[in-house]
Design a binder for this molecule. Structure first.
Ligand code: PEP
Ligand code: MG
Length: 754
């Protein structure tokens, strides 16, 4: 630890006197620069503040000509002062005039000064000014002197917050916007486009009081806050839904290590001893840590910097009694939420009127929060690596959740063009809404049934909004994934009853639990599997833990009393597995009858077709079924031996290709022979051009994302199917890697809206 000499302590004590004293903000500034100059044995001390977001104006000086005050103005990036503002980094030069950024301003009379040290004045992480000292000799300023200057700069930021230096309007603008736009690429987790203002899910704290004259009290406050921070991390570590997630645990372990680090506490206390409040001391220690760690070449250590930043911010939130998330704060009208990661419940806490988009440092498409964002129609981009270090709270952000791009502080032209595409997207959505009550019927009169995929009760709004024919796939596992304990029969039944009520008579096909693989549930311990998609999942778990399926089936039977129940099983691999699943259902039906409980008026039983092996058993399987539903997400990953979760492989193999379409067509043909209704409920049906290919090989029922109903219906209503079927027969015999280009060209030539 750097020894703390008496000089900074004296400086702070006297600074305290000035700040607490009478006089205008400008007078206090002048006294402060005088104090700094004498305390640090500098011939010059000057302070510049930003005006209008881009001009640095000299507000007070000791040593330069007093006529220069309010007359010397520099653009951000201009001269050494402008350079400090642009980089937000301190500068320590024994011969300033040799620096390439040096510019000479005659009105200041500074040509006689050689050494210069300057630090940015930061407020909530944004530059609001620059504080500089200068000496005639080629002096090398010490680390301790730099730290003192930074402390004074922190206190000066308070003057900007007080509003005494500028009028309030100008004060809003008196922060340096980023010199250049930042553009980051990530992964689309929920589609859509949005613009708004960056809000940190866990708010960054602005320290408003820097100086104290009650040092023991500040130390007590620090002790209490550290304890409640440790408790909070303890709670997070033991939370049910955290227990099984290795990566979270590791991060939390690191947090705990830092939070309990005696060195950290000692450093903060040493700064409090100089007369700073606990919050200001936390900020100061973090400023020093940043400077040290940014120089490190070890990427692991640099990554730890954001953990430390987060921890320091958390500690300050405890100190200021603001422990909740931004959901409980006063939010701007258009919020783009920024977070490392968050849970689904966190997202649901926000005002949906205001929440326009989300950016996650981590995140994955199958994470619960992504599922909820898609259900709410909130664009979300994740896997943004260092984006969180770059974004400044309150800056403008564009989320392009179609291409997976995020802009921070976009220039006007980009902003404009995005506004236009958001508007045209809205116009397009309005056009789709207009199709709501029209049939999905081709130009040559072929009717297609369009159903929606759902998994949460909020998804049921999608059914009403789109006017779809029903729910073709209800993923029951989502309810289990959000819950930390195994849902019991009655609450399960109540949930399914609500879903059926929301469907208002339209059919809902429930799929029994498809947990495991990429869908972990906290109440079931699982081993680390090398290939979870091929592992202990879905119906395989149900056979080993039959009570899970029995209770779920019981709940579904109860919920469907007096109504129709459509039920199907996931990941069935052979006929015997279907028979086993059916047997469990039959036993539950018998139990219900034995107890003379009312049963559903009709039960239709089907299976998902997701495992290729089942295709060669269709002649034996289909006579046992009421319907079949193709889970193309899994089926195609197994068919192409291509992990659906691996972004590096996304797009490598095309479902619109001869092998995939021939395989799918063979299933459709078998169903036709056996007169068994077939639906496709994987993601591929949601893209108009793929849906076009599916219609051409005989599909007449698709279950798709609610947002896809409009675009797919529009495609169907503009299509002459007979012409396409003839063309497709020809295409299937080709050896192309993909038929996408040819089908797209066909659509264009024939006026099909894809
Ligand atoms: C599928 O595999 O296509 C499917 C619909 O199931 P899920 O995406 O839930 O695995
Ligand atoms: Mg599946």
């Amino acid at each position: 630890m750097t020894p703390v000499s008496n000089a900074p302590r004296q400086l702070l004590r006297r600074l305290h006197g000035i700040m607490a004293g009478a006089g205008s903000a400008e007078q206090r500034l002048t006294e402060t620069v005088r104090l700094v100059a004498s305390n640090m044995i500098a011939e010059v001390c000057s302070v510049y503040f930003l005006r209008g977001g881009e001009i640095l104006e000299l507000f007070a000086t000791e040593g330069l000509k007093s006529s220069a005050v309010h007359n010397t103005r520099l653009r951000v990036g201009e001269g050494l002062v402008g350079h400090i503002a642009a980089t937000a980094m301190p500068l320590n030069l024994s011969n300033a005039q040799k620096h390439p950024k040096f510019v000479y301003r005659a009105e200041t009379g500074e040509e006689i000064y050689h050494s210069l040290m300057g630090v940015p004045i930061l407020r909530s992480g944004k530059v609001v000014g620059v504080l500089v000292i200068q000496n005639k000799t080629q002096r090398h300023y010490m680390q301790e002197e730099k730290e003192s200057l930074q402390t004074v700069a922190m206190v000066m930021a308070e003057l900007v917050s007080s509003g005494d230096l500028f009028n309030p309007l100008e004060q809003q603008e008196a922060t340096l916007e980023r010199a250049a736009t930042s553009r980051f690429e990530g992964m689309v987790l929920a589609e859509g486009m949005a613009e708004g203002v960056a809000v940190f899910h866990e708010p960054k704290i602005e320290v408003v009081k820097h100086l104290t004259d009650d040092i023991p009290q500040e130390k007590t406050r620090l002790g209490t806050a550290l304890q409640s921070l440790q408790d909070q991390i303890d709670d997070m570590m033991s939370a049910e839904d955290m227990r099984h997630q290795g990566e979270h645990q590791e991060i939390l372990d690191v947090y705990m290590l830092f939070a309990k680090d005696k060195g950290w506490k000692t450093k903060i206390e040493a700064i409090i001893d100089t007369g700073l409040t606990a919050e200001a001391a936390v900020e100061k220690v973090q400023l020093n840590n940043r400077a040290r760690m940014q120089k490190m070449s070890d990427p692991y250590m640099r990554e730890r910097l954001s953990d430390l930043d987060d921890l320091a911010n958390r500690l300050n939130r405890h100190l200021m009694g603001r422990v909740g998330t931004a959901a409980s704060e006063n939010l701007p009208d258009k919020v783009i939420l920024v977070a490392d990661d968050m849970g689904p419940a966190d997202l649901l806490d926000y005002d949906r009127e205001k929440l326009c988009g989300v950016i996650l440092q981590d995140g994955s498409p199958t994470a619960h929060v992504s599922i909820v964002a898609r259900a709410l129609g909130i664009p979300m981009v994740g896997q943004m690596e260092n984006a969180l270090l770059a974004v400044v709270e309150g800056e403008r952000v564009i989320v392009n959740g179609v291409a997976g791009i995020v802009y921070f502080s976009p220039p006007t032209e980009i902003m404009q063009s995005y506004r236009e595409s958001i508007e045209s997207r809205d116009a397009m959505l309005a056009e789709y809404d207009a199709l709501r009550d029209l049939p999905a019927k081709t130009l040559d009169g072929v009717e297609v049934e369009l159903l929606v995929n759902a998994g949460l009760s909020i998804d049921m709004e999608g059914l009403q909004r789109t006017g779809a024919d029903g729910v073709g796939l209800f993923r029951t596992e989502f309810q289990f994934m959000i819950s930390s304990t195994l849902p019991r029969v009655d609450p399960q039944a109540e949930f399914y009853r609500d879903i059926l009520d929301a469907a208002d008579g339209k059919p809902v096909t429930f799929r029994t639990l498809d947990i495991g693989g990429d869908k972990p549930v906290s109440f079931l311990k699982r081993d680390d599997e090398a290939n979870p998609a091929l592992g202990w999942r879905a119906i395989r778990i149900a056979f080993d833990r039959p009570a899970l399926l029995r209770y779920q089936v019981r709940a579904l039977l109860k919920a469907s009393e007096g109504r129709e129940l459509n039920i199907m099983f996931p990941m069935i691999t052979d006929v015997s597995e279907f028979k086993m699943a059916r047997e469990i259902l039959n036993k539950e039906i018998d139990r219900q009858k034995r107890r003379k409980s009312p049963t559903p008026i009709k039960i239709r039983v089907g299976t998902m077709l997701e495992v290729p092996a089942l295709i060669w058993q269709l002649d034996n399987l289909l006579p046992l079924l009421d319907f079949i539903s193709i889970g193309s997400n899994d089926l195609l990953q197994f068919f192409f031996a291509c992990d659906r979760e691996n972004p590096k492989l996304a797009g490598r193999y095309d479902p619109i290709s001869p092998p995939a379409l021939m395989m799918l067509k063979s299933i459709v043909d078998k169903c036709e022979t056996h007169k068994v209704p077939i639906t496709l409920c994987g993601e591929i049906g949601s893209k108009p051009v793929t849906a076009l290919a599916l219609l051409a090989i005989g599909f007449r029922r698709l279950s798709i994302a609610p947002a896809a109903v409009g675009p797919v219906k529009m495609m169907i209503r503009s299509l002459d199917l007979a012409g396409l079927e003839a063309y497709m027969a020809e295409l299937l015999s080709r050896s192309d890697h993909s038929l996408r280009g040819l089908l797209t060209a066909f659509a264009k030539d024939h006026g099909v809206k894809i």
